[in-house]
Design a protein around this ligand. Structure first.
Ligand SMILES: [Ca+2]
Length: 348
């Protein structure tokens, strides 16, 4: 009780101070911010990532945010799984996302488990593809959701907060001196999609992305070309990924003022990016775990159309889990390997 009275006295003092300072020296408010201080300029077709961060954070563990944007201008981008992701390591995003699709307004509930999230940090990152055809501005705004959106802490107390919104994206198609980046990928099973992503080197900031679409038929090893459009000059990490294969990253790809064709590079590792195959469970390793899945009686010798068969175990795309997959996984080039990182060399 004594402590409570002390608390009340302190609170009263604080309120008095705040009142006397008035608007000249306002108490810094806890604030949710979308976007950053630098302007975002993008071209049609480019990917834009926008962070939501907090400032003057007194500690909170839950909030509900409504994200609003124009679906004629921006499309949630699912290139790497979800279009939103937690960038704060402690944060858990409630899986009950009210994904209202094309309406341009989506609810995200953030719950930080048993303890308050502290510090002025980025909490989540949203990824969009710019589809606005005309030049000009478009924006993404956030608001607390009307039901249960107010931030609260682990003690179940409401935490007063404001919002700095929206984040403006300027679509400027004329200003880019962007070039194309082409390359070639060799991998198994043309019935699976291959994803080629370009990041600012040393980061996970996506600049361009394309896919080699899954084919209706075909099996075994195929070599396919890809093109990344609208790549501005810069230094990038190119990451090629495909289900059941290990990622292949080329670090430090330098893009200048003219188109870059990796297939012309004298280095065979760069002119044909060869993906290692056999990661059935997708954990980034080709090893005995994958082998044991392959030879499970439920999978081995079965058609992928049979009930209960793990389709990932069909490595070559023949429609069966059999010796063709086994021979791929046990190849010394594949077995006991993990994701490949290779340093770029222009060699020109
Ligand atoms: Ca594996």
């Amino acid at each position: 009780m004594k402590r409570f009275i002390t608390y009340l006295i302190v609170l009263a003092m604080l309120l008095t101070i705040q009142a006397s300072i008035g608007t000249v020296l306002a108490v810094e408010e806890f604030c949710f911010i979308i976007g950053n201080s630098t302007p975002i300029v993008k071209s049609t077709g480019e990917i834009v990532t926008i962070q939501i961060s907090v400032e003057n954070n007194p500690g909170f563990n839950a909030v509900g945010l409504q994200v609003t944007f124009d679906t004629n201008d921006l499309q949630p981008y699912y290139g790497e799984g979800m279009w939103y992701k937690e960038v704060h390591s402690e944060l858990l995003i409630n899986k009950n996302i009210y994904d209202t699709g094309s309406t341009g307004s989506q609810r995200i509930s953030l719950i930080n488990g048993e303890k308050d999230l502290t510090g002025d940090v980025a909490i989540i990152e949203l990824t969009f593809k710019v589809i606005k055809e005309t030049e000009g501005n478009t924006s993404v705004s956030i608001a607390f959701t009307t039901v249960g959106g107010t931030p609260s802490n682990v003690a179940a107390q409401d935490v007063e907060a404001t919002i700095k919104s929206p984040c403006v994206i300027t679509v400027n198609n004329a200003s880019t001196s962007a070039v194309t980046l082409t390359g070639r990928v060799s991998s198994y099973n043309p019935r699976r999609e291959t994803m080629i992503a370009l990041y600012i080197t040393g980061t996970k900031q996506l600049v361009a992305l394309t896919t080699i679409e899954a084919q209706q038929d075909g099996s075994g090893i195929t070599t396919q070309k890809f093109t990344l459009n609208n790549v501005p000059g810069g230094v990038y990490d190119l990451v090629v990924s495909k289900q059941t294969h290990l990622d292949f990253s080329i670090i430090g790809v330098t893009v200048g003022a003219s188109d870059l064709d990796l297939t012309m590079n004298p280095d065979v590792k760069i002119n044909t990016i060869s993906l290692l195959c056999g990661d059935i469970n997708g954990d980034g390793f080709i090893n005995s775990t994958d082998l044991s899945i392959l030879i499970l009686p439920a999978n081995y010798g079965k058609s992928t159309s049979s009930l209960g068969v793990d389709p990932m175990a069909d490595l070559t795309g023949i429609g069966w889990v059999d010796s063709s997959a086994l021979s791929v996984i046990i190849l010394p080039a594949n077995y006991n390997k993990t994701h490949i990182t290779y340093v770029y060399n222009a060699n020109t």
